[in-house]
Design a protein around this ligand. Structure first.
Ligand code: NI
Length: 156
């Protein structure tokens, strides 16, 4: 397990992030290739597509979050989630590739959070019609991640 790294000071955001990541990592490690190719529910995304979607989320949000940390604010657009999943053809990739990509993307995000001063988390974040603090945005990011990890873990 390589999802943990030192967190400096009283950085609850980064600590919570690592905790959620480690739990999610455990769920993803238990998914077989066969199971990964199946839809999580009739007509829904396959588990590979869900994990690809989480990679898109990690990539987009790393940019947003790093910019918010460095600039004290971030304002930007939403992204077209279904089209991103289709365009990348995630259903054609090996589960191990998607898992590795997901892990690396989130490790980078976790490292950025761990190295950020605690004062950075009051930064204002505006994405589409949503406006909140960076701390709340990171919580929102993790809530979304947990939501999809639960879908992936269902029936596996
Ligand atoms: Ni989603």
């Amino acid at each position: 397990m390589t999802t943990t790294f030192p967190v400096v000071g009283d950085n609850r955001v980064a600590e919570n992030f690592q905790h959620v990541l480690a739990t999610a990592d455990g769920v993803l490690a238990g998914i077989s290739e066969e199971n990964a190719n199946q839809s999580w529910r009739p007509g829904g995304w396959t588990r590979k597509q869900i994990l690809g979607h989480l990679c898109d989320s990690a990539l987009n949000n790393r940019v947003r979050i790093v910019r918010a940390i460095l600039n004290g604010h971030y304002e930007g657009p939403e992204y077209e989630q279904n089209k991103w999943v289709e365009l990348h053809g995630y259903h054609e990739l090996p589960w191990s590739d998607l898992f590795q990509l997901w892990r690396l993307e989130n490790q980078l995000l976790g490292r950025a959070l761990a190295n950020a001063p605690v004062s950075a988390f009051v930064a204002s974040v505006s994405i589409g019609d949503a406006h909140m603090s960076l701390e709340a945005w990171v919580q929102d990011y993790l809530g979304h991640l947990i939501h999809h990890i639960e879908q992936i873990g269902k029936g596996s």
